[in-house]
Every structure is written in C-alpha cells, then in structure tokens.
Design a protein around this ligand. Structure first.
Ligand SMILES: Nc1ncnc2c1ncn2[C@@H]1O[C@H](COP(=O)(O)OP(=O)(O)OP(=O)(O)O)[C@@H](O)[C@H]1O
Length: 243
C-alpha cells in the first residue's frame, strides 16, 4: 500500500536527518518505530504524512507516485492519512466531543464552523468514535477535566474521526503512566483493527512496541537498521539502536 524509496530529508543548510529510507508498508500493519532521541523518527512520520517536504526519494501510495503527481493526489493523501502529533493540543474549555469534531473540520462548511452548528452526521461520527475508544460517558465533559489517558484518547478520536485509512502517530501515549499507556494502546489497537487502519507509530518505550505492534522498525542515524516482525528485540539489537 505504501512504498518509500530512498527518502532523503535534509534541513538547510546541510543537516541530513533521513539518509535514504526505503520500506514497504502493507495494508493493516501496525508498525512501531523505535530509535534513540534524534534518530529521525518524528521527521520520518512527518514526511510520510506530507507535513514535511521530501528532499529526494519516491513515495507511492496504492501504486500512485505522490511526489511527482499533482496537488490533487497530495490533497487526497493528506485527507486519508491522519497525523497524530506529539503532545496534541486540545481546547480544555471545550467538551470532549467538540474537540473530536475539529478532526472533521476539513469536511465542514465554513459557516457551520463559524456558527458552531453541528451536522447530525458529524455529531454521530464523533460520538461513535468516542464510544469505540471507551469514552462515551465523558463525551460531554470539559476536556480540561479529563485524565491524561482520557485526553490522549480524545486526541486519537480526533485523528480517527475523519475515517483515515492510515494513522501516523507520534508517541501516542507520551507522558502516561504504564497502566494508562497500556489502556490507551489497547483501545487504539482494537479501534484500528476494527476500522482496518494501517498504523505507523513512534514509541519511546520499546516494550509497548513489542507488545502491540506486528512489526518494529529501528532507526539509527537517519536510517533503518532493524526491521522485524512478530518478535521482541534482542539485547544486541537494543544496544545497536542505543535504546
Ligand atoms: N526543522 C528542523 N530543522 C533542522 N533540524 C531539524 C528540524 N527538525 C528536526 N531536526 C533535527 O533532525 C534530527 C532528528 O529529529 P527528529 O525529531 O526526527 O528525531 P526523533 O528521533 O523523533 O527524536 P526524539 O525521540 O527526541 O523525539 C534532530 O537532530 C533534530 O535536531
């Protein structure tokens, strides 16, 4: 479904952060990206989400060359891919479902955004997604009053609500205690399985990637140094990735 061929990302004047990443991603995979701080994990996700330009390389989505083709295809990719940023910003004074609705804003006419009049479909979509994430009972609670794990699930719901096929999540459980992180990950995984999403997620904690991902990619110094399926990392592999 995704084919990345020799992706190079260089920031001016000459900081080469990604040095020629090649990989294929198949439909339904749940990939964990691990690596030491500064290895290029966030940059990789941003390039895949087209939030960052590519210095060079080819990118095929369902066989279409995204880099070379027209703006329409880029727009389609951006719409069908959800990018869940590190530390997502939520409005604490809005109810949880209103924060989720922001995820549908690209499909909402301006006048509705301005007047706050929500279409029934949008409302139902937000509530359905919150239910899938086990948060229906908190849908009308002010977001600022939710726990860290609940806020994280609101952010995930916001990313999911526009029916994304591919989810690119940067540290989806950042800052949560192990118990809450496990809970959020379990929800996240089951929703993605149910909705048949493909996921690429960055993790600081290798154990979470080992527990929830079907495949683990290890980055070091801007390149893929490890690509394993269905098993834990060996101690020697952790040392190589400086984890
Ligand atoms: N906009 C930018 N301009 C210049 N250099 C950048 C920019 N963004 C990132 N970098 C550099 O690219 C390198 C990789 O950054 P990136 O955020 O991708 O790493 P990471 O593996 O996600 O790190 P962490 O685990 O600490 O979040 C870092 O050395 C960083 O300083």
């Amino acid at each position: 479904m995704l084919k990345i061929d020799r992706l190079v990302k260089q920031y001016p004047p000459e900081t080469k952060v990604l040095k020629g990443i090649s990989m294929e991603v198949h439909h339904g995979e749940f990939i964990g990206v691990v690596g030491a701080s500064g290895s290029g994990k966030t940059t990789l996700l941003k390039c895949l989400a087209l939030q960052e330009s590519w210095t060079s390389g080819s990118y095929y989505v369902d066989g279409n060359d995204v880099i070379k083709q027209n703006a329409l295809l880029k727009h389609k990719v951006k719409r069908e891919f959800a990018y869940l940023e590190q530390n997502p910003v939520l409005s604490p004074n809005r109810k949880a479902f209103k924060n989720v609705l922001i995820g549908r804003s690209s499909q909402t006419p301006l006048w509705r955004m301005a007047t706050g009049m929500v279409r029934n479909d949008d409302y139902m979509g937000a509530m359905d997604t919150l239910e899938l994430l086990g948060l229906l009972d908190k849908a009308k609670v002010q977001t600022g009053q939710l726990s860290g794990g609940e806020k994280q699930r609101v952010a995930i719901a916001r990313a999911l609500v526009h029916g994304a096929k591919v989810i690119l999540a940067d540290e989806p459980v950042l800052g949560l205690d192990p118990h809450a992180a496990e809970d959020v990950m379990r929800n996240f995984q089951s929703v993605c399985q149910k909705e048949r999403c493909t996921v690429i997620a960055v993790f600081h904690q290798v154990e979470l990637a080992e527990r929830f991902c079907t495949r683990i990619i290890g980055l070091a110094d801007g390149d893929i140094k490890l690509d394993i399926h269905g098993r834990k990392l060996l101690q020697s592999e952790k040392r190589m990735l400086q984890l």
